[in-house]
Design a protein around this ligand. Structure first.
Ligand SMILES: Nc1ncnc2c1ncn2[C@@H]1O[C@H](COP(=O)(O)OP(=O)(O)O)[C@@H](O)[C@H]1O
Ligand SMILES: [Mg+2]
Length: 371
């Protein structure tokens, strides 16, 4: 087991070396080998945390492998490599606030309350807080349940400047730029916060910063350390700062304890219950033309295990189908969406939240939650 892991690590180093040296064909081969070994490790390991780490690594190397392969194909077909590059380049730093408010986040009232207390009240009346307020807030919970949405809404409600740093994207960048960009984001945020207006630095998918210890990818360590020390600069000052650090993760168990404890608030964003699912359906379907037979309670019941994002996707799918029908059948307007339409859309989208995973989140919440 340990042998296998060491072998995987050394193969990974070799793959990265080859990659950096520009020997594409060899790097591709080496990455394939590493992925093969990691797949074995996933099968053999009985630690869920390790398995998760291996899976993450598989995903990262697969991504890189795809990039290399696509690169090769692009060259072979004489495509413009420049254009390829651009379409692949994901913005790891985002500086805009999506226009969402708390009303766009269905349910999660106690989370909103907690954020109001931590961010909005202190920035409105700092004079009432001689002892300071929390500045580090970690949101955790299953994917698609509104963590990212909640942060965007909080920033709008607080009229705060929002800087989004996507840890997954930063860590999957190979070398260069990331460090400089990070520095820029934090120094901008610090200077903005001096003015007394709230500033939120949001690190999405924060687990990417702490997990990749065993099998290291070149350049990641430096970027990660820099980001961690920048975060420390904010988190260790429990004072009256208007610079807030928010972070979100779908995999809190990958974080290590000292890191977790730095966030004064650790808030669970749970999957929606029956009533919330009904309200989410209502929220999205009320914008569409629906038939009278639509029984939202019934649908909400059938949608056990569907995340809000799954529910949104089902509604979106129903909308697309209705409009398609209108065009194809030459109708005046899209037909009303019926129970059958929604159920058909549900058939195309399986629920993404398992009971097993909910249990894991609840356990973690019982241990580390601090709402
Ligand atoms: N509580 C919610 N109410 C309404 N829509 C939601 C909610 N949570 C998630 N969604 C929908 O799902 C999408 C993805 O949610 P997101 O916040 O990115 O999930 P997470 O960050 O927890 O993975 C949102 O853009 C929104 O369309
Ligand atoms: Mg998210």
């Amino acid at each position: 087991m340990n042998e296998l892991e060491r072998l995987a690590a050394s193969k990974a180093r070799r793959a990265i070396m080859l990659d950096k040296a520009g020997s594409k064909a060899e790097a591709i081969k080496a990455y394939r080998e590493v992925i093969g070994l990691l797949v074995k490790l996933v099968e053999l390991s009985d630690s869920p945390v390790n398995r998760e780490v291996y899976r993450e690594r598989i995903a990262a190397y697969t991504r890189r492998l795809k990039e290399l392969q696509e690169d090769g194909e692009a060259r072979a077909t004489q495509e413009e490599p420049e254009a390829k590059e651009k379409s692949n380049a994901l913005p790891a730093f985002l500086d805009s606030r999506p226009p969402v408010r708390w009303d766009d986040v269905v349910g999660l009232e106690s989370v909103k309350e907690s954020l109001r207390q931590s961010i909005i009240y202190p920035s409105k009346r700092p004079d009432l807080y001689p002892l300071g307020w929390p500045t580090g807030i970690l949101l955790f919970g299953p994917p698609g349940c509104g963590k990212t949405l909640m942060v965007a809404a909080t920033a709008n409600e607080a009229d705060a400047k929002l800087h989004v740093i996507d840890a997954a994207k930063i860590m999957s960048k190979w070398l260069g730029e990331s460090e400089k960009n990070l520095q820029r984001v934090f120094s901008t945020a610090r200077s903005e916060a001096v003015s007394g207006k709230p500033v939120i630095v949001f690190i999405d998918e924060v687990d990417w910063l702490t997990v990749h210890r065993q099998v290291e990818v070149g350049g990641e360590a430096r970027v990660r350390n820099q980001l961690l020390s920048e975060m420390d600069g904010i988190l260790t000052k429990f004072n009256r700062s208007f610079l807030f650090l928010m972070a979100a993760t779908n995999k809190p168990w990958l974080l290590d304890e000292p890191f977790i404890r730095r966030f004064q608030k650790r808030i669970y964003i749970p999957p929606p219950g029956l009533e919330e699912r009904r309200r989410i359906l209502e929220h999205y379907l009320s914008k569409l033309r629906t038939s009278r037979d639509l029984d939202l309670n019934r649908l909400a019941e059938e949608m056990e295990g569907y995340s809000p994002h799954d529910i949104f996707s089902v509604c979106l799918d129903a909308q697309l189908e209705a409009v398609k029908k209108m065009f194809e059948e030459g109708l005046e307007e899209p037909p009303e969406i019926t129970m059958a339409d929604i159920r058909r859309a549900m058939g195309r989208r399986r629920p993404s939240i398992s009971r097993e995973s909910v249990r894991m989140f609840e356990e973690w919440n019982a241990r580390f939650g601090a709402p």
